[in-house]
Design a protein around this ligand. Structure first.
Ligand code: UGB
Length: 594
């Protein structure tokens, strides 16, 4: 094939010549004669050049790697061959005790040296939501989105510092989510965050591979099939942007990696940070009791001779590993109903100093793999094109004996309740005994965390009975929203709330640093909402609140199926309406008593 006929540009000619040499003639076969379809050809050449620039090993490096991995998969190479799983180095934080308080206090004192990294390039196909997941409200009492909630958490961290400065916030987007993420930040004045604290890194998709020979897959003539490379891209981007090294220079010591729809995560971050600091963990994963078979990986210390590494064994690899080693029956429940190893919720606390060194060594290309689905056991053809993937939790694969990896175990609902599944799938998961992880359960657990905080402060909390909405469990109250501004640790909650009671479908919303409740009674469905600006000190004493509060209203079948109903309500099956909540807003500094 004559490359000069395909393009006049020397750089494009070089790349095309290399591709031809690498057996990719099919990309340029059947090209229309010169003068026909020139625009499509130019766009195709540019897409090849773009991928070649964006991928650290270039397009040819990508193809070579895919071929190597595919031949390993065909030979049935098991990445965990010879490794036996053992329990990881764990710190148990499932109880709110003196240890928990100590870790929280230590973590809080470390906010100054912490940055938050949010991976938000995923499209949420399982959820069936047409917008970006960050824009979904985590609750519909006040309708606050995940992004707004995370921003509020960062601002709250800032105000707890000795010398307040904005917490660096790195957001990874993708072609699917970038424009809408930027638009959401702009439309909402960045939710009060400063422009200079936000760093958006956009991940690039990778080309799909059609067969065992590593041919790039075409959607149609002049168009590659592109697929997401996975959340592990964050490492590459933190390296190529220079941001990881820059943050280290600024005195940041830990990066906290979070996912797009886990409203619970900041409940656990202070204590987990404390663990990272006290135990000197270079890599600290948040872990929870894992339900066998669920789509969260298992955290294990894998030992082979004198080698060992603590890793997430991804959900599809866990059962075979257990069968081959410590549990011939596979991933089965123990007496408590849990999997043998803690579940990975992909909240990672990484110490920056070793991280920057690993990034320099690897250019941030972390443990790629390929996971083709073959049509049969001859492993000759794929069901659909595959691609190289990378997972952010695989970083410890690059650790040596000097790096310390540990796991902080939390009560599941305190630290993790994702919103990943549409209502039908969530109901089916619930019926099968698996966590539904839907809009409704994420919201139900968001209120639950609030109730846990009140109970920890000694308030008497009587929950309403769980109900099923569209076959998904939801506890309708009390709906407690202690905003991040109000408290970042249990100790803060205890210092501001004492005595009192809340029950049934009551609602309590506290937003502001200096709000104090003493013996406040909130029988359901009464609602009390207090918002206090900085400098407004509000004390509520011996008050019994009685009103019609907020009402949970299930959507009718018609509303549920109507496109006129906002999608964020249809993904949960209900709305919440104000029927006369007591709302107090204090927008001027001063002393107030209710
Ligand atoms: N994400 C990206 O930013 N870019 C991508 O290319 C892909 C995803 P999923 P997954 O905690 O529930 C992970 O799809 O990958 C973002 C862990 O691997 O929701 O199936 C995306 O926007 C698993 O061990 O999850 O499973 C989202 O924020 C377990 O911990 C995040 O990455 C599981 O999460 C996760 O993407 C879990």
């Amino acid at each position: 094939m004559d490359v000069e006929k395909l393009t006049a540009d020397p750089a494009e000619q070089r790349l095309i010549a290399e591709l031809l040499q690498a057996g990719q003639e099919h990309l340029f076969a059947d090209w229309d004669p010169p003068g026909t379809n020139e625009e499509a050809k130019a766009a195709f050449r540019e897409s090849l050049m773009h991928i070649n620039r964006a991928y650290p090993d270039g397009l040819l490096g990508y193809i070579a790697k895919a071929r190597k991995f595919l031949s390993e998969v065909r030979e049935g190479e098991n990445p965990f061959e010879g490794f036996e799983p053992h329990q990881p180095d764990k710190v148990d934080l499932t109880r709110f005790d003196a240890d928990y308080d100590r870790y929280e206090a230590l973590g809080k004192s470390h906010f100054e040296k912490t940055a938050v990294v949010l991976v938000a390039g995923g499209l949420g196909e399982r959820l069936g939501y047409s917008g970006i997941k960050l824009d979904i409200p985590v609750e519909v009492t006040e309708t606050v989105s995940y992004l707004a909630h995370y921003a509020a958490c960062l601002k709250a961290m800032e105000t707890r510092m000795n010398t307040p400065h904005p917490v660096p916030f790195i957001i990874m987007t993708s072609a699917d989510t970038h424009a809408k993420t930027v638009a959401s930040l702009e439309a909402n004045s960045r939710f009060g965050l400063k422009e200079e604290q936000i760093h958006i890194l956009k991940q690039e998709p990778v080309p799909a591979i059609a067969d065992n020979d590593g041919h790039l897959a075409l959607k149609e003539k002049y168009k590659l099939i592109l697929k997401p490379h996975g959340h592990g891209d964050i490492h590459m981007l933190l390296h190529s942007s220079g941001l990881a090294a820059e943050l280290e220079k600024q005195g940041i010591e830990h990066l906290v990696f979070i996912q797009d729809t886990n409203g619970q995560v900041f409940n656990a971050i202070p204590a987990a940070l404390g663990v990272s600091v006290e135990k000197g963990f270079d890599f600290n994963s948040l872990g929870v009791n894992r339900i066998p078979g669920e789509a969260v990986g298992g955290l294990a210390r894998l030992v082979k001779g004198d080698r060992e590494m603590t890793l997430n064994v991804e959900y599809h690899q866990l059962d075979p590993l257990l069968r081959a080693t410590v549990s011939p029956e596979g991933d089965v429940p123990d007496e408590q109903g849990f999997s043998m190893f803690p579940g990975n919720i992909n909240v990672l606390l990484i110490r920056l100093a070793p991280y920057v060194k690993i990034l320099e060594r690897t250019r941030g290309v972390i443990a790629e793999f390929i996971n083709p689905k073959y049509t049969d056991e001859t492993k000759t053809t794929f069901k659909k094109p595959t691609r190289l993937e990378t997972l952010m939790q695989d970083l410890p694969k690059f650790f040596g004996p000097d790096e310390k990896v540990g796991v902080s175990i939390f009560d599941r609902k305190w630290c993790f309740s994702a919103n990943k599944n549409n209502v039908a799938d969530a109901a089916a998961k619930h019926a099968a005994g698996s966590p539904p992880e839907s809009g409704a359960t994420a919201e139900s657990d968001f209120y639950l965390a609030g109730r846990m905080k009140l109970a920890a402060a000694g308030m008497e909390v009587t929950p309403a009975e769980e109900q099923l909405i569209l076959g998904i469990p939801f506890t309708p109250g009390p709906r407690v929203l202690l905003r991040p501004s109000f408290a970042t640790t249990l100790d803060e909650v205890r210092s501001k709330i004492s005595g009192g009671s809340i029950s049934g479908e009551a609602t309590l919303i506290l937003d502001g640093k200096d709000i104090f409740l003493e013996n406040v009674e909130l029988p359901g469905p009464s609602a009390l909402v207090i918002k206090a600006c900085d400098g407004a000190r509000v004390t509520v004493k011996n008050l019994k609140v009685e009103n019609d509060g907020f009402e949970l209203v299930k959507l009718t079948d018609e509303e549920q199926n109507s496109t006129a109903t906002p999608e964020y309500l249809r993904i949960r099956g209900y709305r919440i309406e104000n029927r006369g909540a007591a709302v107090y807003e204090f927008n001027e500094p001063g002393e107030y008593t209710l």
